[in-house]
Design a protein around this ligand. Structure first.
Ligand code: DC
Length: 213
């Protein structure tokens, strides 16, 4: 039986995670949020006070661990971790480690699931170049900042819209301009506009995925 891989890439706050959840639920696939691995690594680096700007320290640290859990946790979504995750994501050794980690998770999950929906920045362009279906999620940065701001307020965190917009623009810049696996629209990807209500997005996704059935 052929196993299915769906890649869902897009910038910070584009809603790719919600889309990946929707797809995995609808088609009974395992959902891997690759950003969580960068966030988990960033959180350990902060806790252990490792100097992420020093390649040697990062390499020593990476050789001391062999697997990262992809389990999601709200604590991993705060702004400090987001910032450090984006910074460590430019490091070649970090990407190599996390890519291998992702492949191991997917390989394991494909034993019990008929497929995986993986969301991130470089899934269709790099990690799973042979994904059966590639999606790229687009939303302008103002809408993403508004959504993020609302979410932080609802979580009881302090948030200033202008600051969030600035951080999102900065993160986009880092993600798009880094040398290692920059954020790009993968070749052959279907672009999904997630600026409107989710109901609208769902229709676009259903249209893009009709061939699964
Ligand atoms: O999707 P996210 O915001 O949870 O991702 C956190 C950070 O991890 C983001 O700044 C970029 C990085 N990332 C990446 O470089 N490649 C991925 N496949 C997923 C995330």
């Amino acid at each position: 039986m052929n196993k299915l891989i769906i890649s869902i890439d897009g910038p910070a706050g584009s809603g790719k995670q919600r889309i990946a959840k929707y797809i995995s639920k609808k088609y009974n696939l395992y959902h891997l949020d690759s950003g969580i691995l960068y966030r988990r690594l960033a959180s350990i680096i902060i806790k252990k006070k490792i100097n992420y700007k020093d390649n040697k320290s990062i390499q020593i640290f990476l050789s001391s661990i062999d697997f990262l859990s992809a389990r999601s946790h709200l604590k991993l979504r705060n702004e400090k971790i987001s910032k450090i995750a984006s910074k460590i994501a430019i490091i070649y050794e970090v990407r190599k480690f996390i890519n291998a980690n992702q492949k191991a998770i997917v390989k394991k999950k494909l034993k019990s699931y008929k497929g995986c929906a993986v969301d991130g920045r470089d899934i269709g362009s790099k990690v799973f170049k042979n994904a059966n279906i590639k999606l790229f999620i687009r939303v302008n940065s103002e809408i993403r900042a508004k959504r993020r701001h609302k979410q932080l307020i609802e979580q009881g965190e302090k948030s200033i819209y202008a600051q969030i917009l600035k951080e999102i623009n900065l993160r986009d810049k880092t993600d798009k301009n880094r040398l290692q696996s920059p954020l790009v629209v993968p070749r052959g990807a279907v672009i999904i506009d997630n600026s409107k209500k989710f109901l609208h997005t769902k229709t676009l996704i259903d249209q893009a995925l009709h061939k699964i059935r």
